[in-house]
Ligand binder design. Structure first.
Ligand SMILES: C[S@@+](CC[C@H](N)C(=O)[O-])C[C@H]1O[C@@H](n2cnc3c(N)ncnc32)[C@H](O)[C@@H]1O
Length: 378
């Protein structure tokens, strides 16, 4: 019985890995034709927000003639309904090596970006934070540490929500070693950023025994929760390096707006577009040459890291994403309303495409390799 369950689990995880690999392999052979119309990494103006502000032209979801719409998974086009499983396959595959790989790929710089992201948000005062696509807890832990260290605040709460049980389990194992474990400051929820009311199926425990086997190195992990995130229940919504993996970015933003209280802040840290011409070529060459190879060597998983590189290139430009945030109903930094409520403009950045309505709306880190966007719900 035990053996059968273990085999089932192995098979399931292998299947998701293989599905992701097969899809990625297909992208290598099929992708040449599907990407020939636009150079990967280049912004395709026809696929960004239309000038009348409608999001239907956003490349994330396109209707295919006479059938289900398609979306991108890295460089390849896939049916809309399959992207979520493909992405889940990638993160199931990388979960155990995720933290090591993050350090290796960014030479540790991702830590500085995340420190800065959280320091600027300055969580305090017993607020409720929702860290969506929270993964292994990098942002959640920083939010709690910041509130405690800078403001002696042990009331601020963080819910770490992710679609992938393997990533959340890795987060639980890590956070079990902190003082927040087993307190009401910290919760782990399985959920989809696109619908924060949805109940997802949790995987069964690895074996009937493993749920009870606790030791300092192998703490007992509680079941992942199913939470319906209610309207206007959250003070701070964060999403770091997660939104580009979602099928419908507009739905994610709409959900963020729904769950935030009036006066609440949406904050997104994501890969941006490098804003220095020579450097952007160098960065692109580095991403394509080095990252998949690092994935192959350190995590025995070239395909997942190839997907990560491609997904970064497919993400909208800084002004395009700022417009999407505004379109979801948020007030952007730089707007008089947001400023009045304490969300000042980022002074050093100007819109690249002449759209002054998004001036001051985002902050580039490391020349735009990463970018912070914020919005305020009023
Ligand atoms: C690159 S990791 C980022 C993790 C963490 N936020 C960090 O900064 O280290 C992306 C995470 O997004 C999660 N994810 C992808 N699609 C999602 C969705 N639709 N809803 C919730 N989480 C999602 C993945 O499972 C993964 O844990």
């Amino acid at each position: 019985m035990l053996r059968r369950q273990t085999l089932d689990l192995c098979e399931r995880s292998l299947t998701s890995r293989l599905a992701a690999r097969r899809a990625l392999h297909a992208s290598c052979t099929r992708g040449q034709s599907s990407t020939s119309s636009s150079t990967p990494g280049e912004h395709n103006p026809s696929s960004s927000l239309s000038s009348n502000g409608s999001s239907s032209a956003f490349p994330d979801s396109r209707a295919s003639a006479g059938g289900e719409g398609t979306t991108h998974f890295g460089y390849q086009d896939v049916p809309l309904s399959s992207k979520v499983d493909l992405v889940r396959g990638v993160f199931s595959s990388v979960a155990s090596s995720y933290d090591v790989m993050n350090d290796a790929m960014s030479v540790g710089v991702h830590r500085l970006w995340k420190d800065h992201f959280v320091a600027e948000l300055n969580p305090r005062g017993g607020i409720k934070c929702l860290d969506v696509a929270g993964g292994t807890g990098d942002i959640g832990l920083r939010l709690l540490d910041h509130a405690r260290e800078k403001h002696s605040d042990r009331q601020t709460q963080v819910t770490l929500l992710d679609i992938n049980p393997s990533m959340l389990r890795a987060g639980q194992r890590r956070l079990a070693k902190t003082m927040y474990w087993n307190t009401d400051q910290l919760r782990f929820a399985l959920g989809n950023a696109e619908d924060l009311r949805l109940h997802l199926d949790s995987p069964p425990p690895k074996s009937p025994l493993s749920a009870f086997a606790a030791s300092p190195n192998k703490p007992k992990l509680p079941p992942l929760e199913h939470l319906e995130i209610e309207d206007e229940s959250v003070d701070l919504y964060t999403i770091a390096f997660g939104i580009r993996n979602c099928t419908h970015i507009d739905k994610v933003l709409k959900e963020a707006h729904r769950v935030l209280k009036p006066g609440g802040v949406f904050a997104c840290l994501e890969f941006g577009k490098v804003n220095v011409p020579g450097l952007s070529d160098l960065y692109r060459a580095y991403s394509h040459a080095v990252l998949p190879s690092l994935g192959a060597v350190l995590a025995s998983d070239r395909a997942s890291y190839q997907y990560l590189v491609e997904s970064i290139e497919r993400f909208p430009t800084q002004p395009d994403f700022a417009r999407m945030v505004a379109q979801a109903g948020f007030h952007l930094p730089g707007s008089p309303q947001a400023e009045r409520w304490g969300l000042p403009a980022y002074p050093e950045q100007r819109s690249w495409d002449g759209d002054e309505s998004v001036n001051g709306a985002w902050e580039d880190l490391s020349f735009g390799i990463a970018t912070i966007w914020k919005g305020m719900k009023l």
